[in-house]
Design a protein around this ligand. Structure first.
Ligand SMILES: [Fe+2]
Ligand SMILES: [Fe+2]
Length: 358
């Protein structure tokens, strides 16, 4: 019986409320930053563009978009077994990532209010969007008889501190990759409606425009701070963030290929497409992009995929923790080595293309 299956799959804090996924290197993070440094940032060189973006946020195009219609009233018990678990995991990860944006933007909006009103209002309006997104995803989880306690999550998760410029690299990329992830799923299901086994995907088209606008906001902020993009340190950091974001997504998604299969996508092809698009997009603001055409790029990521599979097998083998440690160590070293080698693949300079169509 399906009902029995779905209940037992998740640990609960209390009935119907899921214990949040454990923090690992691959789970979505919560961030905090130096609010004082953020408030002192001078954005005047690009004030006009930021003002235009603010006007777009105020227009609130998606005000009436996130409404759960009749299509959510049916039962989704036909999504069962492993697919159901993967579905809930997808919703949880997405909800946590959106909520992470909400918390950070909300706090930034509050702290910058009197010092940097344009930025503050942009952050507050973005936090409005992220609250809608995470709320909508959490409601979707409840279609599978489980949800997250976002208040509990706020208190229980660890917060990673990033200096403002790192916040900008990281959030810019996560907004743009979010855009490409949502739109790619949407376009695929538009071609293959038979694979749309759950109605939330229909909402992705307008939804991803929110993420695109958020990304454009961070693009404009970075352009207002040329030193974030101009020197050799910027090139090294951009390389680092591009690689971390792409590798994290790839390792997560290949591990959960069953979710993508359930909606008719091949996880590898999907990820390669999203990486290519995000890499191209990042080239509009970052001084470099990654050389993802280099055969080494996916070869090394695939070694990490295999290592991670072996690591999971070791954990599930039931042998003593002590023995497991020795089995795991070489795999951890191999992963670290692959990532170092990936980092040293020569990136492609795109900053000297300024003025051409990028
Ligand atoms: Fe969002
Ligand atoms: Fe966003």
């Amino acid at each position: 019986m399906v009902t029995a299956l779905k209940k037992e799959q998740f640990e609960e804090i209390r009935p119907g409320v899921k214990v949040p996924a454990k923090d690992t290197i691959l789970t979505p993070r919560f961030y905090t930053t130096d609010f004082e440094a953020m408030a002192e940032m001078d954005i005047s060189v690009n004030e006009e563009e930021l003002q235009a973006i603010l006007e777009e946020f105020r227009a609130d195009y998606n005000r009436h978009h996130f409404v759960r219609g009749e299509e959510f009233k049916e039962s989704f018990d036909s999504i069962d077994g492993d697919t159901r678990r993967l579905f809930v995991e997808f919703l949880e990860r997405s909800c946590t990532a959106e909520f992470s944006g909400f918390l950070l933007y909300k706090e930034l909006g509050r702290r910058l209010k009197d010092r940097s009103p344009v930025l503050a209002e942009c952050f507050t309006l973005m936090s409005r969007d992220e609250a809608r997104h995470s709320g909508f995803l959490n409601k979707a989880m409840s279609d599978f008889n489980i949800c997250l306690d976002l208040g509990f999550l706020t208190k229980s998760k660890n917060y990673t501190f990033f200096q403002p410029k790192f916040i900008f690299y990281a959030t810019y990329l996560s907004e743009k990759i979010g855009y490409w992830r949502y739109i790619t799923i949407y376009r695929h299901l538009e071609q293959h409606p038979e694979d749309r086994i759950y109605p939330i995907f229909k909402f992705f088209e307008c939804w991803c425009q929110d993420e695109n606008r958020h990304g454009d906001f961070f693009d404009a902020v970075m352009k207002a701070q040329p030193k974030m993009l101009n020197d050799w340190k910027a090139r090294l950091w951009c390389r680092f963030f591009l690689l971390s974001v792409f590798a994290t997504m790839y390792l997560n998604d290949i591990q959960r290929f069953g979710f993508y299969k359930a909606i008719g996508l091949d996880a590898r092809e999907y990820d390669k497409h999203v990486i290519e698009k995000t890499n191209d997009t990042a080239g509009r603001v970052f001084p470099i992009v990654l050389d993802i055409e280099n055969p080494e790029f996916y070869q090394r990521l695939e070694v990490c995929v295999t290592n991670n599979e072996k690591l999971r097998e070791i954990v599930n083998s039931g042998t003593s923790k002590f023995l497991q440690l020795f089995q795991k160590l070489p795999l951890y070293f191999s992963n670290a080595w692959q990532l170092i080698k990936l980092y040293f693949i020569k990136p492609i300079r795109v900053d000297n293309l300024e003025g051409t169509v990028r």
